[in-house]
Design a protein around this ligand. Sequence first.
Ligand SMILES: CSC[C@@H](O)[C@@H](O)C(=O)COP(=O)(O)O
Length: 354
Amino acid sequence: MRLEGRATRSIWLEPDGWSVGIFDQRRLPWALERLVLKTPGQAFDAIADMATRGAPLIGAVAAYGLALALREDPSTASLERSFAHLASARPTAVNLRWALERVRAAVAERPADERAALAYAQAARLCDEDVAANRAIGEAGLPLIREIAARKGGEPVNILTHCNAGWLATVDWGTATAPIYLAHDEGLPVHVWVDETRPRNQGALTAFELAGHGVPHSVVVDNAGGLLMQQGRVDMVIVGTDRVTANGDVCNKIGTYLKALAAQAHGIAFHVALPSSSFDPATPDGAAVPIEQRASDEIRFIPGPDDHGAQTRVGITASPAFNPAFDITPAGLVTGYVTEKGLIRGAAGLLTLR
Ligand SMILES: CSC[C@@H](O)[C@@H](O)C(=O)COP(=O)(O)O
């Protein structure tokens, strides 16, 4: 998407041709800082500390992390060690292991001196595929917005989203945001309710993106969704996902489930956008997904700039806190899965993704 007037992806190779550039998402939306990853350890830290985040982008960073490891040491021992280490950076998004497996499969049977170049090529291919998949997700989701727009005869289509499933969370376009960007580009009136998404406030990233693309939006606190739906001010909900299991259960950022419950209570469509890399047919249902448990300080403190722009944090509570990062929305609450292969209604159709 466009950033500072230029077409920009969320991950790139630096001019040296081998180190990997990403944005430090911990600093957004206050500052646009880039990080340069030169070692697999730096790739691991960027994922674990959430400098980079979002299921597809985590996969892309891990893929390049494995390429960086093979550049240092192309042995099989190094491949397996780095694979295991990078795979442990975060537990929930299935894209992480998927991407690492793609790279490992491309290099494992090849001579050591070819492995780094092959790994870089595979990581680049995976990134290009993600961009194409997200664009296709946009095309598959656009008719949903068109239908509502036609019904509303010129009134804005109000779309609620949770977390950041935008271009910053993928390589480009985003998943949940791709249909929104395409709708906006073709002149449909859209307005996005952006859930703040405590505790990491990924809604601020979504708002940053939407502002950059000129899409009207409002950030709301996570608890506002129920009221907005009750008042008829939400036409559809669309979210991304970290993993959709074989039965169609959806693991996504904590708070997604409550929005799905509210949407069902009010007869509002609840759509999940996903590339096939987020589908995990090997995990039977949501109960089997490892839910990441993050530090309680993420709840107890909020980071941000002070009045002079210096990074600081403020306390919210001195009490113990419990911080599960994801939740499970049962398949029965999902109206449709918006995928690069089209709109899928019903979990059985997900099997076409693998
Ligand atoms: C296209 S991104 C989909 C999901 O990864 C996204 O909604 C989400 O939950 C991200 O969680 P995060 O903890 O910020 O990595």
